[in-house]
Structures are given as C-alpha cells and as structure tokens.
Design a binder for this molecule. Structure first.
Ligand SMILES: Nc1ncnc2c1ncn2[C@@H]1O[C@H](COP(=O)(O)OP(=O)(O)O)[C@@H](O)[C@H]1O
Ligand SMILES: Nc1ccn([C@H]2C[C@H](O)[C@@H](COP(=O)(O)OP(=O)(O)O)O2)c(=O)n1
Length: 247
C-alpha cells in the first residue's frame, strides 16, 4: 500500500506524526520542542519534567537515598503532566509542582532517579503510552530517539557547545548562580546522566542539529527543515519499497 502525500512530500495533516528530540542540558530541547509542537499543532511531552517530578516526590517522601523505596514511590505516584505546549502543568497527588521541579535543589538530585534503571523502565513505559495516545506529538529528553520512540517519524539530536549551553543556562537563571554550581548543573549533570543513556552522539538515522551558532528562531527553522527532510525520506522509501524489508 502506498501512502498519500502532499505536493511537498509531507504527510497530509490527518496522518500520525511523532517527533523525537534528544540532547544535553541547555541545548534548547524544551524551548525549541515546545515551539515546534505549537507550529505543528502537536502535543508536547517533556520527559525531563517526569524525572524531575519523580525526584521531587522521592525527596518529599524522604526516600531519595534508598533505590528500592524510590522505585516503590514511582509505582505509587499519581502524576499528571500537561502535554499542551501552551500550558505547563505538573501535579503529583494534590500538589502542583510546576514551579518546584525547576528549582536548583531538584536539578541537583534529579540524576539520582534518572540513573536508576528500574525507574527508567517505569517512566519509559509511561512515555510510550503517552506517545501512543496522541496522533501528533513532539517528545523530548535524553533517550527518546533511541529507547522510547526509535520508530518515530522524525528523530533529532539537538546539540550546542558546552560553552553555549552553560551561557544559556546562566542567562536563564538570571546570573544568580555561581560558576562552579552552573558547571555542575550543566556538564556535571550530563556526565552523570550519560552513564545510563547516550545523548551526545546521534545514533543511526538520527539527524543532528547544532544550535551553537543559531538563535532560538533559527534553531526552530533548522529543526522543522530536518523533520521535513526525514518525512520525505520515509515517504520515498515507502513509495519505492512498500513491502519494506519483507522478502
Ligand atoms: N539557540 C538558542 N540560542 C540562544 N538561547 C537559546 C537557544 N535555544 C535555547 N535557548 C535558551 O537557553 C535556555 C535553555 O534552553 P532549554 O530549552 O531549557 O534547554 P534544554 O531543555 O535543552 O535544557 C532557555 O533560556 C532558552 O530560551
Ligand atoms: N528522557 C529523559 C529525560 C530527562 N532525563 C534526566 C536528565 C536530566 O538530568 C533530568 C531533567 O531533564 P531536563 O530535560 O529537565 O533537563 P534540563 O534541565 O532541561 O537539562 O532528567 C533522562 O534521564 N531521560
């Protein structure tokens, strides 16, 4: 069966679209993915917010130091995460923690839960269910292109130099953080998180967008161009080889 295509090679709007975005801290994943979701009329899944919510919940329960208790807490956790790109909202039980999960105290401990493999399995299952529940969705994190949605319609690794990422984070935090704490929040956290997933090099078939020399708008344009390129490639493959690799 051949898929119908628009004149530009893009899939028509009624078709499913899953965009997967990974990258290190401060590369622009959240701001750029949110903007792309708006432009595509898609949902937006911030998987980092899920890890942050787990860190908040475990700290709140006083179990961060006990890996088994962390897993139990995640299993029992009642998490509501908005996937509306225009409305950021994270709620655990009756606590609205939308603001709290962005505090430096959570950034400092989030790797404890993100490097717990059992926690990752639970969250990956939840992320896949969320992706399946939406016709169009942009999902971003560290392992979306490789583990959560390796079959996504478009997969992109968004990078920037360590200097650019640290400078962006400094500006975002309003210059209120000391240089050594800033380096720990960006490169230090990436080093810890990299022990369980690789988000510094694109895996096979994943497009690379380097935003070091680009402003936010130019990065959005570069990402949209890469999404279009990958969609066109997939459409061409499906048209020329509709049976895929089946003999
Ligand atoms: N290409 C860019 N140029 C300049 N600033 C950027 C760029 N991309 C993102 N930013 C800014 O850098 C900060 C970190 O971006 P964010 O989207 O939170 O990154 P990430 O989700 O990868 O950690 C934000 O203040 C954002 O507005
Ligand atoms: N898919 C994901 C998403 C985030 N994480 C981890 C890595 C980070 O330390 C935390 C928080 O992620 P978040 O994307 O909010 O991080 P930033 O502060 O934007 O750099 O969660 C992960 O391990 N896997």
């Amino acid at each position: 069966m051949t898929e119908t295509t628009t004149p530009t090679g893009l899939q028509p709007p009624s078709q499913r679209l899953v965009v997967a975005v990974d990258g290190p801290s401060g590369s622009g994943k959240s701001s750029v993915s949110r903007a792309i979701a708006r432009r595509l009329g898609a949902a937006y899944l911030d998987t980092g917010a899920m890890y942050r919510a787990v860190a908040w919940h475990c700290r709140h329960q006083g179990v961060l130091d006990d890996p088994d208790a962390v897993v139990a807490a995640v299993q029992d956790m009642d998490l509501v995460l908005s996937v509306d790109p225009d409305h950021e909202r994270v709620v655990v039980g009756t606590d609205d923690i939308t603001e709290a999960i962005r505090e430096p105290g959570i950034s400092a401990v989030v790797s404890v839960v993100a490097t717990n493999r059992a926690v990752r399995e639970l969250l990956v299952a939840r992320q896949r269910a969320e992706i399946d529940a939406h016709r169009k969705i942009v999902a971003e994190g560290r392992d979306i292109t490789t583990v959560v949605a390796p079959d996504a319609d478009a997969r992109i690794l968004l990078t920037a130099s360590a200097e650019a990422r640290t400078a962006r984070r400094a500006a975002q935090l309003g210059g209120a953080v000391e240089a050594k704490d800033l380096a720990e929040q960006v490169s230090g956290r990436d080093a810890k998180d990299s022990t369980v997933v690789d988000f510094m090099t694109p895996s096979d078939g994943v497009g690379l967008v380097d935003s070091t020399e680009l402003d936010v708008e130019a990065t959005i344009e570069a990402m949209l161009a890469e999404i279009t390129r990958q969609q066109s490639n997939r459409t061409t493959k499906q048209t020329t080889n509709p049976e895929g690799d089946r003999a």
